[in-house]
Design a protein around this ligand. Sequence first.
Ligand code: DBV
Length: 247
Amino acid sequence: MTLYQPFLDWAVARLHDRLDLQPYPIPAGFEAKQATVGKGKHASLVQTTSTAFQSEKLRQIRAAHVQGGEALQVLNFVIFPRLNYDLPFFGADLVTLPGGHLIALDMQPLFRDDPAYQAKYTQPIWPIFERYRQQLEWGGDFPEDAQAFFSPAFLWTRPKATSVVETQVFAAFQEYLQAYLDWVEQAEPITDPTQLAAIEAAQLRYLRYRAEKDPARGMFTRFYGPDWTEEYIHGFLFDLERQLVRR
Ligand code: DBV
């Protein structure tokens, strides 16, 4: 069992419990991809698998799981709500590299600086955030242009011990996802055209940023080449623009 498999299994089980989940199509060739990296006795297999669902209120629930031995494990898990809901994105970036663990967990806001939006979608999880930030030390600098896309309840940490990932980080992940699913349950569709236009613009802003600045681009390009990587990013991981063209 690899480090993040229990996170993914737990999330999928909870989603099944709480939502009427439907599959979300994964483009052919992107369900699973393998490559051998390194040579001779340093050769090892790096596998990336994709998982995706949708539901009445959630346009795309998707995970990319990279497994390449103890020093290379990544679970990037994001929920993109449908464009007629004001729900934030659920964003988890759980990364283990030879340099250590890097954990990003947040309910990423559509409207970062709107006090009413913060009151609706940050305040309710503030007690959870406060509890975990005492256990999980702040991870330090991160790209300045990314700040606009995180909420004040952004959990960002670089645990030294794997046991911290397995216990505190896993617990935080569970509490954040449960809280998110509470919001999904309560969410009412938006019908006001001005608000709908603002949501679409905010979703596109987020999506373009993530596709353009994907921190995994270098890693994927090394393993699987540039063509596969660009298609994976724009055709699956951050696919909203393609879906809008098709609409
Ligand atoms: N990150 C992704 C996807 C990944 C992924 C789809 C499937 O968005 C993995 C894989 N993240 C990944 C890897 C690294 C990071 C780092 C492999 C390490 C890159 C490296 O060191 O080479 C949160 N992830 C990061 C960093 C941040 C995040 C802040 C550090 C980047 C840096 O310091 O340059 N989550 C990530 C992020 C946003 C987010 C940038 C922006 C909105 O939601």
